[in-house]
Design a binder for this molecule. Structure first.
Ligand SMILES: [Fe+2]
Length: 325
């Protein structure tokens, strides 16, 4: 850690030196006292207080401190346009869900949000109602997901946009599979005049989050499994309403109680009903054999007075950095 430099830069007539574990925290906090942005000041002061308290509580050794630096370095090196290890850390430590719960206190009746996750990609195609996001998946059971997008009074929202993504039947997202540059299992759908949407896909499967990096090592060392219950991701948005980032989950999944990223909310659990004979809507789309149907209505609350930065804005900023595709 640099020394010497500090003496040059900070200060005149400094008589106090932070030489004990008791006064070092106050000295560091004092160094941030002149931060002009009040929110940044609040965040930095709290960060320092909690980090120092954590290090003191566990009596972190130098070897452990080096190990932490190694883990963060490895996480950074794993990040690419196809992989975001820091989001995985945030998700598996439950931090993403704490941020979600604080940021999206919905009025009663609005669809609850959940984690964005690391696998959304920009640039998926606009599809007509009934469009198939799983056109290359020949293994999964054909599945129709339909429903309405509504306001809090139950009135349909026409022209709402649903940005949908899901794993293939092999449990991998397109970016994790053989042709990572090709978009698959993704699409954008619009609601019709009655607020209805219709998506053709295959049955979602449970899958492990990527566990060949530092997040996987952490899960293994702490006796945790990496599995996520079967789900389909959505960002649903419409003019004048707050966008919602969410999933729908399969009610029969064995991992609903132990999701590796803590993202399950009761209201997002959905029935995927199996039909041996396709109902007319499925037959009309050319589905001949068994089919599953899931019905889920999304309810949006009005946009607040303050401008919201939604997750897709954040995604675009990351993409601009070359970090996400
Ligand atoms: Fe997912």
């Amino acid at each position: 850690m640099p020394d010497g430099q500090n003496q040059k830069n900070d200060g005149h007539n400094q008589t106090r030196h932070s030489t004990t574990e008791d006064d070092i925290t106050a000295a560091v906090l004092a160094r941030f006292a002149a931060t002009p942005d009040p929110r940044l000041k609040q965040i930095m002061l709290a960060l320092i207080k909690h980090m120092h308290a954590f290090v003191k509580e566990v009596e972190l050794t130098e070897a452990e401190w080096f190990q932490a630096i190694e883990i963060l370095t490895e996480a950074g090196k794993m990040c690419s346009d196809k992989r975001q290890e820091f989001i995985l850390f945030s998700d598996t430590l439950g931090v993403s869900m704490v941020v979600d719960l604080l940021g999206h206190r919905k009025p009663e009746g609005a669809t609850e949000s959940t984690v964005f996750g690391p696998f959304h990609r920009l640039g998926s195609s606009d599809l007509a109602p009934g469009g198939n996001i799983a056109h290359r998946d020949t293994v999964g059971i054909p599945t129709l997901v339909s429903g309405r997008v509504l306001d809090l009074d139950g009135k349909p929202i026409a022209g709402a946009l649903l940005d949908v993504w899901q794993t293939q039947s092999n449990g991998l997202y397109d970016s994790q599979d053989k042709n990572p540059d090709e978009l698959h299992m993704r699409g954008k759908f619009r609601t019709d005049a009655a607020g209805r949407y219709l998506i053709r896909t295959v049955r979602p499967v449970n899958y492990p989050i990527p566990s060949d990096g530092p997040v996987g090592a952490m899960l293994k060392a702490t006796g945790r499994h990496p599995m996520r219950p079967a789900h389909i991701h959505f960002v649903v948005m419409a003019d004048g309403f707050e966008p919602v980032t969410t999933h729908i989950f399969d009610r029969t999944d064995p991992y609903l109680e132990s999701d590796a990223v803590f993202a399950v909310k009761e209201s997002l659990i959905c029935d995927f009903a199996r039909h041996e004979v396709p109902p007319p809507q499925a037959a009309g789309l050319g589905i001949a054999g068994p089919v599953l149907t899931a019905d889920f209505d999304f309810v949006l609350k009005p946009a607040g007075a303050t401008a919201q930065v939604d997750v897709l804005d954040a995604q675009r900023r990351l993409a601009a950095l070359g970090a996400r595709g």
